[in-house]
Design a protein around this ligand. Sequence first.
Ligand code: TRP
Length: 433
Amino acid sequence: MRILTGITTSGTPHLGNYVGAIRPAIAASRAPGVESFYFLADYHALIKVSEPARVQRSTLEIAAAWLACGLDPESVWFYRQSDIPEIPELTWLLTCVAAKGLLNRAHAYKAAVDRNLAEGADADAGITAGLFMYPVLMAADILLFNAHKVPVGRDQVQHIEMARDIGARFNHLYGERNSRPFFVLPEAAIEEHVATLPGLDGRKMSKSYDNTIPLFCQQSELRKLIAGIVTDSKMPGEPKDADGSNVFQLYQAFATADETTAMRHAFADGIGWGDAKIKLFERIDAEVSPLRERYEALIAHPQRIEEQLRHGANKARAIAKPLLAQLREAVGLRNLAATTQAVNVRGKAKAALPQFKQYRENDGRFYFKLIDADGRLLLQSTGFPSPKEAGALIGRIKSKGIEQAELMRHATHAEGIDEVALAVALRELQAAD
Ligand code: TRP
């Protein structure tokens, strides 16, 4: 099971990011049996931010924040999108199968068009092709690593559906490798139980509302910001409604069940806003303080973070490169010398297919091998007592591919032949049948 999360590097991490994304994601990364992928979506940031220094600063801050909060780069894949050239490369392959009409329906793009029209402007005024293509880049992020689950907020669900759509279309057009589709179709994992934090003004804490509390501001700043949270004007001694209060909701996001119950009683007993805010500050600071210390230590050494990210990119590219080699092959971006299609004089492609050959050795056993159109050995079987058994395994390989057919017990890859060539040969055979 692979879980993948992208974080756009366009701002400074705030408490809402921490409670809604960082904290649950890091907890999830410790679950057994999952492979977690976390990446800094800096190509996506370019769609929104055109100040280079801000993109760089945000990338540093977000990387340091995730590490400070306990992400272990050895047990997960933690990398920066722009360190993976296979992502833009896949973006183009997907662009060529993505329906423009699908992209026209993307909420973010449609909202921008609607705003223009409402203002009497040209429909596409000020809209970049980057904004329009956003869902394809995101699909490439996800499909490249065959992620099964993508934890997202509701606003991103449509993007996951588009990634499924585009991936399914590619699978359909270009078939399969080893009789499995190229791409796993991802699912959105909507985080229902994770709290959305209210911001300073009571609306959802969000950079776009300018109502955030930075995760790693100084203690004094944290105290000041909390003191400025908007409340009603009830006096100390007057009972207060806990559930309707943003002070209470913030407290709850950091407190244990017992602490929350005690605070609920304090609200009913008429705790003053000033005192409630002091308790809130103390509770948040108790959790954030040790993280802040680590954060400050990390951010003082950007070079170390840079190295972590490059290391992560190497790890991620070990997965991305072989898949991309297969995809290039699948769409026809191929080594011309290794062509398997002999073109005859009339210009029509005459298929020269790989072949299974069966034969008997001096040991009296029956063998087969797979050779490609150029006579290269791709696969070599072990010996079977009868031609029927050898033939049956060939049939299984042809219909199911090598992995499902438990081929490895009976046949080995010929030495020095890459799996890509083998997978391609099997696909060609399947296509010809
Ligand atoms: N669009 C996501 C956001 O704004 C960030 C993102 C980019 C992402 N690529 C992704 C999230 C891939 C999940 C998977 O929140």
